[in-house]
Design a binder for this molecule. Structure first.
Ligand code: URA
Length: 187
């Protein structure tokens, strides 16, 4: 396991997959290094690639609004992605790209030691919870894995495209608030 500074340096220099050729910035992740709650998306979009920070585009604005509903914010959660470099035209990250990158996220999780991880969307849920994860059926359910409570909700981009999913996402947030209470996670 690498320490924070070394890990960030290694990520910034990474050329383990083709995404390094088109990126402007590696999007390492943001938030307190001792956060009890982590949110994981799939990969940076255009704004994130340009700024080097996760969820700063339209989906990020919605994520901020979602967090504020249950009194969370970027200041008390860690936010990252399955892949740290933008897939061209925002396509889904390939399995090979996810596999090349996932070790960095696992290293971050090992350093942070969160109590709760919330996957944002199918790609993160399938990588971190279950390869067969069906977001429409399994969002809002919790499973404990290696001492960490893992759950998933809709990706904010999906909620921008389809507002009819928002009530279910709201229920997931309420369930997260309950899990935070139950685990005593600090936020
Ligand atoms: N979508 C993601 O999955 N991650 C980001 O950082 C931005 C948009």
């Amino acid at each position: 396991m690498l320490d924070w500074d070394t890990l960030e340096q290694v990520c910034n220099d990474c050329n383990k997959c083709g995404l390094c050729q088109t990126r402007h910035h590696v999007v390492f992740g943001v938030g307190p290094k001792d956060a009890d709650v982590m949110f994981i998306g799939e990969g940076p979009g255009e704004q994130e690639d340009l700024r080097g920070e996760p969820f700063v585009g339209p989906a990020g604005q919605l994520l901020d609004d979602m967090l504020s509903i249950i009194d969370l914010s970027r200041h008390n959660c860690y936010i990252g992605n399955i892949v740290k470099c933008r897939p061209p035209r925002n396509r889904d990250p390939l399995e090979t790209e996810q596999d090349a990158c996932i070790g960095y996220l696992r290293n971050q999780v090992a350093l942070i030691q969160p109590k709760i991880i919330v996957c944002l969307g199918r790609i993160a849920a399938q990588k971190l919870i279950d390869p067969e994860f069906r977001i429409t059926r399994q969002h809002g359910r919790w499973t404990e894995k290696n001492g960490i409570w893992m759950g998933a909700t809709y990706h904010p981009s999906a909620l921008l495209r389809d507002v009819s999913k928002r009530p279910e996402a709201f229920d997931d947030l309420i369930s997260l608030r309950e899990k935070i209470r139950e685990t005593g996670a600090k936020v």
